[in-house]
Design a protein. Structure first.
Length: 300
């Protein structure tokens, strides 16, 4: 797919939503490269889905600072005309002080969650509403729409989303820097990055899962299931390959433990050596599960 053709194809749409939402030039010019890269990544047959996501989700800029959260995508349930729908938006925090590369990463990362959540987003049961974000669900009370909890698979969702963020930014980096619509943006991005882009998001968890993230059976299957909203039986699929019941559930639990240990390590000034040992031990347990999956698939 010729990138210049896609860039020209999407420009009018980007101008329309930028005018409608009153986006500044920083966001507008990043969308000139981000939206075409999404279309190239997922294919022209997914163009409508991608454009719907960028049309329906307003980017809100904020100068509020958070030590851990740079940006976030929000989808919340609302009841309209006796039908459950969602209200969506995306927030960029500490906007004025965020540099170009982090702004690019934040936009791609959060919109990739959104694009991979549009199909089969809502599941309604007798008591609860489940809103899907990629692989994971946020659970709300059907009675008053209050948030209850999110399921623990969110870390695997973040790891896969980070990998796809890197892939999309690598597509952007390959764009023609002589295209007048994007030349300044591409020049600035390439000046600040290496040949292959590496995101800082969920860095520890991504390194621990590196083996499975390069396994084509795993990453291609989960990528298709996430995009098409068919995530209900991933645990059974994973367990069937490892040959061990509850291996997927154990992987999810251990990833959550790693994340919690990482936060403790960062915030504590004493006993950090003990925490580091626990991180190493938990990492080995994760890698044993991953190795069993990797050895049992035919297509790596």
């Amino acid at each position: 797919m010729n990138s210049n053709v896609v860039i020209e194809r999407e420009k009018d749409f980007i101008d329309r939503i930028s005018n409608e939402y009153n986006y500044d030039n920083n966001i507008r010019h990043l969308l000139y490269v981000i939206i075409p890269a999404f279309v190239i990544k997922y294919g022209i047959n997914k163009e409508k889905l991608i454009l719907n996501a960028f049309r329906d989700i307003k980017i809100i800029t904020s100068n509020e600072k958070d030590k851990y959260i740079k940006a976030y995508y929000s989808s919340k349930p609302v009841l309209e005309d006796n039908e459950y729908k969602t209200k969506k938006y995306m927030v960029l925090q500490n906007y004025k002080e965020t540099d170009l590369l982090n702004l690019l990463d934040n936009l791609v990362h959060e919109f990739n969650h959104a694009v991979n959540s549009f199909i089969n987003e809502i599941k309604v049961t007798k008591k609860y509403i489940y809103l899907r974000t990629g692989l994971t669900y946020r659970i709300y009370s059907k009675e008053d729409l209050s948030f209850i909890k999110k399921d623990s698979s969110y870390l695997l969702e973040e790891i896969i989303n980070t990998k796809q963020t890197e892939e999309i930014i690598d597509i952007i980096k390959s764009f023609d820097d002589k295209n007048s619509n994007i030349s300044n943006t591409i020049y600035a991005i390439n000046a600040e990055t290496n040949h292959k882009y590496n995101s800082n998001s969920y860095n520890l968890e991504s390194r621990i899962c590196k083996q499975i993230l390069t396994n084509r059976t795993f990453i291609n299957t989960l990528a298709n299931l996430r995009l098409n909203g068919e995530v209900y039986n991933i645990n059974k699929w994973f367990d069937d390959i490892t040959g061990e019941e509850n291996s997927y559930k154990e992987l999810i639990k251990l990833l959550e433990e790693i994340y919690e240990l990482e936060l403790k390590y960062v915030n504590k000034k004493i006993l950090r050596g003990l925490i580091l040992n626990k991180i190493r031990d938990t990492s080995k347990r994760i890698m044993r599960i991953i190795d069993k999956f990797d050895r049992n698939v035919n297509f790596r």
